[in-house]
Design a protein around this ligand. Sequence first.
Ligand code: SF4
Length: 274
Amino acid sequence: VTGHALRTLRTQPRAAPLLGAGGREDADAHDPGTGSITGWDISTGVDGPGTRFVVFTAGCPLRCLYCHNPETWRMRDGHVVASGDVVDEIARYADFIRAAGGGVTISGGEPLLQPAFTRDVFAGARRLGLHTALDTAGSVAPSAAIDALLEETDLVLLDIKAADPERYRTVTGGRLERTLAFAEHLADRDQRTWVRFVLVPGLTDDAQTVEGVARTCAQLGNVDRVDVLPYHRLGAHKYDVLGIDYPLASTPVPDAQAVDAALEVFRAAGLEAY
Ligand code: SF4
């Protein structure tokens, strides 16, 4: 995901722990109508078209080596908020966002872990006449609740982080099959999708990975656009604050030629790429 959690909404005392019996954080485990978020921000350019009100949900099943929002990893570290309060906050900016040709993006963390809350916020945003974008790594199995969320979603920003299962496991700690299954589910629904691919020197910039992701995107048929996001270290200081080792401390950012080369691979596969 992209962006930074700078602001917080009015929070509610949490009624129950957000951990399930097996120690896993459950989807929508809190009270109905509420969600766990780390904050929100206004951004332009990276979280969908135009200027966006971006909400960061807490909880993610992945642990990407380059994650710059590690504070969103655990659902229990978020603030519990009512979806209606989030929509009220969005409403304060609605005129500005509409005029800027933007909308509302829900990012994370992984919003698919809180499908009912995310759907409710999107439904409220749509009542305000705002475009809705879901920023996800697709690392959660499709469900009826997720389909209901997708019904309120104008655009999916889908991270595809590698092209083969072993590399995906190295980069994210998760399973590529799950993201591919989610991508195919979106294609079956003909859901409008932009794919985002993070280019990391020595990790995802080899020809096999870039060509593999490009091939996957081209085969899906519902990918309107691919954003190649050069790896950056803007979130590295958060690891210090959280007392976690930053795994890519010696990884350089990609140079402009490497980014251009990756863009060319996507374009050669017939995709619009930026
Ligand atoms: S999907 Fe990866 S980059 Fe996004 S929040 Fe989870 S761990 Fe971080």
